[in-house]
Design a protein around this ligand. Structure first.
Ligand code: GSH
Length: 217
């Protein structure tokens, strides 16, 4: 059976959402980010720097999966693999769609995620005293171009790949979610706002999110 290592409050959310969309059985191992634990609390909790987890992922990051003897890291690569393995409408229907899904995943990871994370961390994630509004502002400015690209794409496409919801929507939506603390970006990209809301209105997203909210903050 598929094992997903990572708490819901981590990038494992991407894989847990996809698994819920696919309706496949899986076991979730709640590996917690080490930096979220005080030294005194780290003993006895399975975390990203625990020796037993480092044997699975020497990067010391979640998520990782184990599936039929395959060990795989990188949340977006894991989703592409699982979608292709299980097939159906979430998966690429041909080589062109496969290429486009890879392109959007790499685009999200490299052009969007670093800036979106800066927005998240410096607007809401970090304790107020550690937030740097200038860093957040610079990240918002850097995100204006990719937001415009996706908004234009969505003038002629309902979803990332044409007219149906796929793994590419999950991968892209989970990265754009980090930018939600910058409403000014969504105000000038109304199609991105509507598309992200539609993705997050899906029962599988809501089921994943409810479990995430049930975890300790
Ligand atoms: N590119 C990786 C990033 C993984 C990553 O940085 N995960 C964070 C949690 S969302 C982590 O494990 N941090 C723990 C740590 O740095 O100790 C992916 O998408 O899977």
């Amino acid at each position: 059976m598929l094992t997903i290592h990572g708490v819901y409050r981590s990038r494992a959310s991407r894989n847990l959402w996809l698994a819920a969309e696919l309706g496949i059985p899986f076991k979730q191992v709640p590996v917690m980010q080490r930096y979220r634990l005080a030294d005194a609390a780290a003993n006895g909790v399975l975390h990203t720097k625990s020796p037993e987890f480092l044997k699975i992922n020497p990067n010391g990051h979640v998520p990782s999966i184990e599936d039929d003897g395959l060990v795989l890291h990188e949340s977006l690569a894991i989703n592409l693999y699982l979608a292709k393995k299980h097939g159906g409408p979430l998966a690429p229907a041909n080589l062109s769609e496969d290429a486009l899904m890879t392109m959007w995943a790499l685009w999200a990871a490299t052009e969007v995620e670093p800036h979106a994370l800066t927005v998240l961390n410096h607007r809401v994630g970090k304790p107020p005293a550690e937030r740097d509004p200038k860093l957040a502002e610079a990240a918002v400015e850097a995100l204006r171009a990719p937001f415009a690209v996706l908004d234009k794409h969505l003038t002629t496409n309902v979803n990332i790949i044409g007219e149906r919801f796929t793994v590419a929507d999950i991968n892209t939506a989970e990265v754009f979610r980090y930018a939600l603390p910058a409403p000014e970006l969504f105000e000038v990209a109304p199609r991105v706002r509507a598309w992200l809301a539609a993705c997050q209105a899906r029962p599988a997203f809501k089921a994943m999110w409810a479990k995430r909210e049930a975890e300790p903050a």
